[in-house]
Design a protein around this ligand. Sequence first.
Ligand code: BYC
Length: 313
Amino acid sequence: MPIEDLEKAFQNKIDNEIKIEPRDWMPEAYRKTNTRQISQHAHSEVVGMLPESNWISRAPSLKRKAILIAKVQDEGGHGLYLYAAAETLGTGREQMIDDLNSGKAKYSSIFNYPTLTWADMGAVGWLVDGAAILNQVMLCRTSYGPYARAMVRICKEESFHQRQGFESLLVLSKGTDEQKAMCQDAINRWWWPSLMMFGPKDSESTNSDQSMKWKIKRKTNDELRQNFVDMIAEQIKLLGMKLPDPDLKWNEEKKHYDYGEINWEEFWSVVKGNGPCNRQRLDARNKAHNEGAWVREAAIAYAEKKKNKQTAA
Ligand code: BYC
């Protein structure tokens, strides 16, 4: 079939809400941008374990420690589903991990900020997982089948993460003056970086137009960011805290909250590798990868031994 007809049939399927599956014909650019997005997403889950695992040994109670361990394990699991989904497009996991470890691949800017106090665990859960879930609910309907199915399971866990983050901050917000101040300080530091998670504004988003046509994305970066602001601006009232934005105001005409200008210079600087913790995150990933080499070697040796036994039998 001529390529134009294949492309037409492909777009037709997308327009009719038929999922694209690994063995289906797809344009190379569709394969490439899905591999790019899913692998970046997987890397974000894996690097996202680092700022939180920083607090496992210092959680204030056994209950909080158990919750945090479960959450960090969930993120590792999300990374694995997503690497598996990306692999169905033809790029091996080793290649994707090499690209992460060498600094070639991107992961979410948010994980290059430090977690300075216990309240950061609440703020990460509430704001970071809150931003992640808004984006991911949309991705449950993304056009590539394996990605959409992975997202359904991830969203169930992510909504628990957000609830636990909010509950943890709610306890602090009703605590001593020191605890209240710690809660406000964490919100102040995580608010703007959370807004950056949705990516550059639509006018500067290089991939959005095509990804919207292919229904990889169902909402633009700015649409999702606005949904997030509207949700958090209401939820923060329950905490009795403030968002660090003097321009945040309900706009009756638009039926949305207006908010201040994001520092895009900071965003691009973090994306390019110059955030407060970029170096530290990559070092930690490389260290874990190198120290885990013996596990991979042992697993390969065991698989070979088992295969040899089966051929001998
Ligand atoms: N950080 O054309 P655009 C989580 C890059 S949550 C770094 O708009 P796109 C978790 C972008 O890659 C976080 N880079 O891109 C939560 C592109 O560069 P390339 C993970 C960013 O793809 C709690 C360029 O900027 N979630 O995992 O259409 C605990 C232009 O942008 C960022 C996902 O990954 C950023 N924030 O839209 C633990 C969701 N934003 O690739 C873990 C899936 C943009 O052309 N991803 N860039 O060189 C998406 O939905 C989309 O990829 C984005 C960006 C909305 C993020």
